[in-house]
Design a protein around this ligand. Structure first.
Ligand SMILES: Cc1cc2nc3c(=O)[nH]c(=O)nc-3n(C[C@H](O)[C@H](O)[C@H](O)COP(=O)(O)OP(=O)(O)OC[C@H]3O[C@@H](n4cnc5c(N)ncnc54)[C@H](O)[C@@H]3O)c2cc1C
Length: 369
């Protein structure tokens, strides 16, 4: 039996990836009804390819939107710095589209794919805070059936990572705020850069249960100075915030040191390597983790070697991504005069140059087989 702890993106995706190799029990401390209404997610081509590898692309894509592109602005400047055309480029260049979706819709899509797999059962209202060694396997407490293999997918605050490695999540200087707005009329994801903060805005398609998210824009403000959105009204970012409501703080914690495995336990998603969302890749990495873990278990069975091979396959990419994420955050939040140089460089790079910087991320391919 395989125990997956956490039914977020990483947990549900891992359950799907491991379903061919045994019974999978997913333990989730929240109720089935708990939802992240009002929040959205960008799914870059690598995320969509990972979804395809675990058999969930169709269910998720049916609930997602395909923005025409990305428009990058420097707050206060009337003309965009760069306009990237995604629709014609992503599929051709990276083999999959760029999608945006509400988080509720994404969860719904993953759950639909999970429900189609008889090997997977999800137990809600079931927290696993501690693992006990049981022979070569693990017991989650009580008289539960011991698991041969455990996937730790309990998010950035992971209790199980703390048990296994003794470390905790780290606060960052940043705060994220998420809000919603009426559809702004742009068919592109809008990225607006400002001193100490940036804003991302895109449409969320609805899922059956996503009710109020359906057909609204998701707006995420990330501020390095921990200001409330109202405090930015008089800054160049102000006009971009005027029609946004329902601001909810969204703390950003990180795991600067990635941890991937311990004996026959694999750590995936934010529990393994949470990073700030400057490249919008945390969810994508969770999905990639799942696809790579599936391949490692296919090669090595439900063993320590599979967990170790998974870690080895992921470590370099995650390290490189974390470094680029940090650089991106610094560049996004530059103030005058350095922001003027950044803007000039971005204009000069143009769509092709900007895309070239993320080609190694979006160009990821799932393991064969
Ligand atoms: C502002 C912001 C914007 C972002 N935008 C993007 C984006 O556009 N694209 C992208 O790819 N990524 C994005 N990310 C990153 C992405 O949200 C995360 O990387 C991703 O959600 C991590 O998923 P996860 O399943 O690892 O963790 P989580 O989503 O935290 O899921 C963990 C699950 O485990 C459960 N759990 C916790 N403890 C226990 C326990 N003891 N027992 C049982 N269950 C437990 C929790 O209830 C939860 O359901 C963004 C992040 C932020 C903060």
């Amino acid at each position: 039996m395989i125990l997956v702890v956490g039914a977020g993106i990483a947990g549900l995706a891992s359950a799907l990836a491991l379903a061919p190799f045994g019974d999978v029990v997913v333990a989730e401390r929240r109720s089935a009804a708990a939802a992240n209404a009002g929040a959205g997610i960008q799914l870059t081509p690598n995320a969509v390819k990972a979804l395809a590898a675990i058999g969930a692309r169709e269910a998720v894509a049916a609930r997602a939107t395909m923005p025409a592109g990305l428009r990058v602005r420097s707050a206060g400047r009337p003309r965009p710095l760069v306009d990237l055309d995604y629709k014609s480029v992503m599929e051709r260049r990276f083999g999959a589209p760029y999608l945006t979706a509400g988080r509720v819709a994404l969860a719904e899509g993953l759950r639909e794919a999970v429900a189609a797999q008889p090997a997977i059962s999800v137990r809600y209202d079931f927290a696993v805070d501690h693992l006990v060694r049981a022979g070569t396997g693990w017991r989650a407490g009580g008289d539960e059936r011991p698991a041969d293999f455990v996937v730790v997918a309990d998010g950035v605050g992971s209790a199980l990572r703390r048990q296994l490695f003794g470390d905790t999540a780290r606060e960052t200087p940043h705060i994220a705020w998420r809000g919603t707005a009426e559809l702004g009329g742009s068919d592109r994801t809008e990225l607006t850069l400002s001193a100490g903060a940036h804003l991302v805005r895109y449409a969320m398609a609805g899922g059956q249960d996503s009710g109020s998210d359906s057909g609204r824009d998701n707006v995420v403000l990330i501020d390095s100075r921990r200001r409330h959105p109202d405090a930015l009204a008089q800054t160049p970012l102000g006009p971009s915030l005027a029609d946004v409501a329902n601001w909810v703080p969204w703390p950003i914690k990180v795991r600067p040191r990635a941890r991937f495995h311990h004996a026959s336990v694999a750590l995936v998603g934010d529990a393994a390597h949470a990073m700030p969302p400057f490249l919008a890749q945390g969810g994508a990495m969770a999905l990639e983790d799942a696809a790579v873990l599936g391949a490692a278990v296919a090669a090595h069975g439900l063993t320590d070697a599979a967990a170790a091979a998974f870690g080895e396959a992921r470590a370099g990419r995650i390290r490189r991504l974390a470094a680029q994420t940090d650089r991106q955050g610094t560049i996004y939040h530059l103030g005058v005069p350095l922001s003027l140089a950044r803007d000039a460089v971005m204009k000069r790079l143009g769509p092709d140059g900007v895309l070239a910087r993320v080609a190694w991320i979006y160009g990821w391919e799932p393991p064969a087989g």
